[in-house]
Design a protein around this ligand. Structure first.
Ligand SMILES: N[C@@H](CCC(=O)N[C@@H](CS)C(=O)NCC(=O)O)C(=O)O
Length: 308
């Protein structure tokens, strides 16, 4: 069940689409960075959902950049119900809030800003010293992880290298609008036109991506892994189990795309990625948290994912 904070008060809201039946994603509110001086071990805390493709980006970067010993993680309960995301360990893999003992993620937002108005989303990167949210935009959190802690960890791997910035930006732009967010536009549409446009844009882009990988490339930008791959991966891994059924993205499945499927499985099997994938949280979250899409909350048994 979606909801939001209005002047610091939680309100439930049983819909995602606007009057035209379209889903529009809001801009994230907290957009700060971390300077090299402030990049201290143990100072920051990451709140995620294992179900959420945006939070998943941050979890993967935390491992790619050797930040596990420096940034602790809390995992919300996969069911997003009347109070939004809940912080309780009443589900395997979920954790309670070690910092404040809060029950709900919206309390973290009002701790940061008591009159906050807007959605309560994950991921959230929290500063324990300043007791506020550094950033709640995954695209920026992964850039912070890519770079800010390099001196602390000695890990200088760069997933947004200067030489590939333009190519990465251009791929990200299309993938964000038509794939990452495209599945949500299809799934939350309440008009046939909005759904049709989203689903066709999505499958046009999947064909385009299949073409890129069919061109002898191991990764979207050639022979090295970049943030563009991680951003695409977190949608691909949820696709056949969730988006194909729950969000009606069923023109094809990912397993029908030879190159995309091989690429997804290759990324999945990376030691930094595999431990971040939790299909139980993924299926529970989507099928149980959107009563306007799936009122019964029934979780489908299939499909059998041979690579899992
Ligand atoms: N732009 C944000 C979007 C994050 C986002 O929408 N997360 C979803 C979970 S998949 C969420 O927390 N939704 C709560 C809601 O919509 O009320 C980001 O990429 O960090």
């Amino acid at each position: 069940m979606p909801g939001l904070l209005v002047n610091g008060q939680w309100k439930t809201k049983n819909e995602f689409a606007n009057e035209d039946g379209e889903f529009k994603r809001d801009e994230s509110e907290f957009r700060n960075r971390i300077s090299k001086d402030d990049a201290q071990s143990g100072r920051y805390h990451l709140y995620v959902s294992l179900a959420c493709p945006w939070a998943h980006r941050a979890l993967i970067f935390r491992r790619l950049k050797d930040l596990q010993d420096h940034i602790e993680v809390s995992v919300v309960h996969p069911h997003m119900l009347d109070h939004g995301w809940e912080l309780n360990d009443d589900f395997d893999g979920a954790t309670s809030d070690p910092l404040y003992g809060f029950d709900y993620m919206h309390q973290i937002y009002t701790k940061a800003k008591s009159d906050y108005t807007g959605k309560v989303t994950v991921p959230v990167l929290w500063d324990k010293d300043k007791e506020t949210i550094v950033n709640n935009e995954s695209a920026e959190i992964i850039r912070i992880f890519n770079f800010a802690f390099n001196e602390l960890t000695g890990n200088n791997d760069d997933y947004y290298p200067d030489s590939l910035k333009d190519e990465i930006d251009s791929i990200n732009d299309r993938v964000y609008n038509t794939v990452n967010n495209g599945v949500y536009k299809a799934g939350f549409a309440t008009s046939q036109d909005a759904y049709n446009k989203a689903v066709h844009d999505l499958f046009d882009s999947l064909q385009w991506l299949e073409g890129i990988l069919n061109d002898g490339r191991d990764y979207l930008c050639g022979d090295r892994l970049t943030e563009a791959d991680i951003r695409l991966f977190t949608t691909l891994i949820r696709f056949d189990a969730v988006y194909h059924t729950h969000f009606k993205c069923n023109i094809d499945a990912i397993e029908d795309f030879k190159f995309l499927q091989d690429y997804m499985v290759r990324l999945y099997n990376m030691p930094e990625i595999k431990p971040t994938v939790n299909m139980t949280h993924i299926k529970h979250h989507y099928y149980k948290s959107h009563p306007m899409v799936n009122p019964s909350g029934i979780i489908p048994e299939g499909p059998e994912l041979m690579w899992l």
